[in-house]
Design a protein around this ligand. Sequence first.
Ligand SMILES: *[C@@H]1O[C@H](CO)[C@@H](O)[C@H](O)[C@H]1NC(C)=O
Ligand SMILES: *[C@@H]1O[C@H](CO)[C@@H](O)[C@H](O)[C@H]1NC(C)=O
Ligand SMILES: *[C@@H]1O[C@H](CO)[C@@H](O)[C@H](O)[C@H]1NC(C)=O
Ligand SMILES: *[C@@H]1O[C@H](CO)[C@@H](O)[C@H](O)[C@H]1NC(C)=O
Ligand SMILES: *[C@@H]1O[C@H](CO)[C@@H](O)[C@H](O)[C@H]1NC(C)=O
Ligand SMILES: *[C@@H]1O[C@H](CO)[C@@H](O)[C@H](O)[C@H]1NC(C)=O
Length: 365
Amino acid sequence: MYLYLYSFAILIFITGVESMKSSSVVVIGHRGASGYLPEHTLPAKALAYGQGVDYLEQDVALSKDNIPIVIHDIYLDEISNVATAFRGQNRSNGRYYVIDFTAAEIKTLRASERFNHETGKPIFSGRFPLNQSTFHLVTLAEELEFIAGLNKANIDNNKQVGVYVEIKEPQFHQDENRSNMSEIVLDILKKYNYTKRTDNIYLQCFKIEELRRIRVELKSDLKLIGLLTDNKYRSEYSKTDFKYWTSSVGIEEMSQFVNGIGPHYKQLFQENNGLQPTELYTAARKSNLLIHPYTFRSDDVQQPFTTFDNMLQYFINELKIDGLFTDQPDKAIKYIKSKQEQHNKGIKLENFSFSILIISFLLTK
Ligand SMILES: *[C@@H]1O[C@H](CO)[C@@H](O)[C@H](O)[C@H]1NC(C)=O
Ligand SMILES: *[C@@H]1O[C@H](CO)[C@@H](O)[C@H](O)[C@H]1NC(C)=O
Ligand SMILES: *[C@@H]1O[C@H](CO)[C@@H](O)[C@H](O)[C@H]1NC(C)=O
Ligand SMILES: *[C@@H]1O[C@H](CO)[C@@H](O)[C@H](O)[C@H]1NC(C)=O
Ligand SMILES: *[C@@H]1O[C@H](CO)[C@@H](O)[C@H](O)[C@H]1NC(C)=O
Ligand SMILES: *[C@@H]1O[C@H](CO)[C@@H](O)[C@H](O)[C@H]1NC(C)=O
């Protein structure tokens, strides 16, 4: 009789342990809730904020007058009407560069959903329509002020959303005589009280050498994230050797001045008899680096994953990543909450089975 009770308790215990596999993973609104509204506009940031992100991302490029602008590229011609508003003010390759326009000029542009500058076709056809409603680009200072305002108004909610700033293309900016771009950005962050490791901010960059300069020469205490890619995908201005920086030796070296890595999610696994973690993943874990892969898109789920949840399950529950960049924060947060509920149920089951164990133990006495 008690044997049955014991077995029953143990069975429930095992079920509980299964659903207790939980994790704390931070959700970073990639260019805001860019799956729903034009990237890097304040409405896209507000939506992501309302959806419950932990961090909002800001990519930064400098204007002609050295003002950091929140924009994903050093070009203006794939997210705005610059080619009609400032026709002819392109460079010889036909492109319109952020650095050739003042902040005041950039603020007169209409921002839009991303499109291909040659074909005019949207990158994601299912997203917000091109040229509809009205959106604008903002400076980094304006966006930090916006987030500080939301955090102030949201104080009762016991949640303060952080910022996740990327210094874009330091090499390009250096070639344009803006070698102090990082100093300019750090100065603004300081104005908004982002100075310490404990502050609610990450600073990210694909130029790993620049992160070392920020830590060692500029003596910044901020949490730094080394963005990673494959050499074949790096920008035409980049000289960073990702073959080295994604190797075990590179990761160990990087861990002396960064707090984490931001790889493409495909750099974390290989297909070999199921999915196996890569050397990069293992090295990052060994060096105690945070792992924040990019970019989780529910409208662009790629093989070997079949659904967005299936993809999230692998990264969050199997690899136990520490954070993720997503264009659809609501969907990632919904997944994480459902796992959290399962986790809580698991604890209840544990406690229940533990009580049964005690009772059966007392009864046998
Ligand atoms: C959007 O506006 C631009 C001008 O800024 C124009 O060149 C383009 O054809 C428009 N695209 C659509 C789909 O309306
Ligand atoms: C702007 O781009 C066009 C081609 O799109 C090119 O013919 C022209 O020379 C470029 N302008 C400058 C100033 O280089
Ligand atoms: C950068 O500065 C150097 C020296 O002052 C000058 O020769 C060069 O043309 C400048 N380059 C750019 C892109 O402004
Ligand atoms: C960056 O360099 C420019 C030009 O040399 C200078 O005017 C500016 O004060 C510098 N800014 C910072 C924050 O170092
Ligand atoms: C930064 O912190 C100081 C001191 O706590 C405070 O007075 C100031 O308002 C803060 N600035 C911003 C932009 O939050
Ligand atoms: C389970 O028991 C622990 C103490 O043993 C308690 O802290 C926790 O709140 C209980 N959890 C649930 C869900 O009842």
